[in-house]
Ligand binder design. Structure first.
Ligand code: ZN
Length: 157
């Protein structure tokens, strides 16, 4: 079967049942099958659904954002820290090799800033309430570009 472009509404809750993200106040999310835009544990289920189908999908952390890694918590001397103002809960984007990575300040103590580079949802089993709003074969251009095109996908200007 041709690669699919699927649009869906979702509501994401973490392992404590707290809502983390939702598309319900905006447009559905469109993605191209196999483009890596959707976590693998969710994409596999979405591909089995048809237009109008609703489903609750629980994705174990290993198929979502991975295990929580204690070694990603590091201390940086305050004077080596780039920002002027730092407080607990601040998020910063840093360069990790070729990849931008978001880190969060978790503690400031004795001249050191402790940062946590885990994904905020690392170690969490995630629950998605999804509803498929559209589904079609991908166009040749979309497959070439590696992403879905409008109305809810990527727009070229
Ligand atoms: Zn494109």
């Amino acid at each position: 079967m041709a690669k699919q472009v699927i649009s869906f509404h979702y509501r994401l809750t973490d392992s404590k049942g707290k809502e983390v993200d939702s598309s319900l106040d905006s447009e559905p999310l469109a993605f191209l099958e196999g483009s890596g835009q959707i976590i693998p544990g969710l994409e596999g289920t979405l591909l089995t659904l048809g237009i109008g189908d609703k489903k609750t999908v629980t994705v174990p952390y290993k198929d979502a954002y991975g295990a929580y890694d204690q070694s990603l918590i590091v201390q940086v001397p305050r004077d080596k820290f780039p920002a002027q103002e730092v407080k607990v809960g601040d998020m910063f984007q840093v360069q990790n090799g070729d990849h931008p990575q978001v880190v969060m300040v978790v503690e400031i103590k004795d001249g050191n800033v402790t940062i946590d580079a885990n994904h905020p949802l690392a170690g969490q089993d995630l629950t998605f309430d999804v509803e498929i709003t559209a589904r079609r074969d991908a166009t040749a251009d979309e497959i070439l570009h590696g992403h879905a095109h409008g109305p809810h996908g990527h727009h070229h200007h």
